[in-house]
Design a binder for this molecule. Structure first.
Ligand code: SF4
Length: 280
């Protein structure tokens, strides 16, 4: 089981597909250190994995206090940080994180090209920092998972992005591809982002072919019936609660139903062709 702790919505990127709504005029309320400690205190005894997430956990100046608090009060729990990876560009920061012991990192490469990655994050220089950050973490032997969120701006480049990952990030523990959930900024920018899964799939298949021999590759939240037989072994089960997922009426009679990750509800609602093949 996974226990997610929100470290607040502040971020040093402003990604076009961020699931946290980012209103340019709004200053997000900061979650104070004590609030985060209280979230940790509320964690049920049987939970064994803490995920620090929401905005960008690593820009908090108390991030190492939070890790220290978890270590002290829940020594049996593993820690995962969902991050854009930019802070790890600073070797003092990545060194300190590495010495915090057994922290797992989940980060994102949006595109193998610097220009497109920075366009997607809305921050010039973010590509350079994230790439250097991942390399710093790998140098320390840390457990790093790279995610590629697929949408209209980057799906044609998936093959090139896979080659970039293969050539630069040997040693990452997992590479995950998935379509975006159309909420937050992604909903606001839906015209520039929404694309049918049928258009994504041929590019995704080529990307998987490039990576599959050297990396643990997974596909999140594309239903089995949208994927060619040879690629179904890469499908990972559900990663979120059922309320965010769409299944068609006749899915229950499908042989994949028990392990199928379904489709984002928002995709089924806003992308006309998304539902077409489900159950077909
Ligand atoms: S028909 Fe439904 S359960 Fe079967 S693979 Fe498609 S989405 Fe999943």
């Amino acid at each position: 089981m996974v226990y997610c702790i929100s470290t607040g919505h502040g971020c040093n990127n402003n990604c076009v597909m961020c699931v946290v709504r980012r209103d340019d005029n709004k200053v997000f309320e900061k979650i104070c250190t004590e609030d985060i400690f209280r979230q940790i205190d509320r964690m049920p005894e049987d939970e064994k994995e803490i995920v620090l997430t929401d905005g960008e956990p690593t820009i908090r100046d108390d991030i190492f206090d939070i890790i220290g608090y978890i270590r002290k009060h829940r020594p049996d729990a593993s820690i995962t940080i969902v991050t854009n990876g930019r802070m790890f560009y600073y070797s003092g920061f990545s060194d300190r994180m590495a010495s915090s012991g057994n922290v797992r990192i989940i980060t994102e490469i949006h595109d193998g090209s610097r220009e497109m990655h920075d366009r997607i994050t809305g921050c010039e220089g973010s590509f350079e920092q994230t790439v250097a950050g991942i390399k710093n973490l790998l140098r320390h032997g840390m457990d790093v998972e790279i995610r590629v969120l697929m949408h209209k701006m980057n799906y044609r480049n998936l093959e090139a992005t896979a080659k970039f990952v293969r050539n630069h990030f040997s040693g990452v523990s997992r590479v995950v591809f998935f379509p975006i959930d159309l909420v937050g900024n992604a909903r606001k920018n839906i015209e520039s982002l929404a694309i049918s899964l049928e258009e994504i799939m041929p590019h995704l298949e080529k990307a998987i072919d490039i990576l599959k021999n050297d990396f643990d590759v997974k596909i999140y939240h594309i239903p089995y019936c949208k994927i060619q037989k040879g690629y179904r072994d890469f499908v990972y089960g559900k990663t979120v609660e059922d309320a965010r997922l769409f299944f068609a009426g006749d899915c229950e009679s499908c042989s994949f139903y028990r392990s199928c990750p379904g489709l984002w509800k928002t995709y089924a609602k806003h992308v006309d062709s998304a539902v077409g093949l489900i159950g077909g």
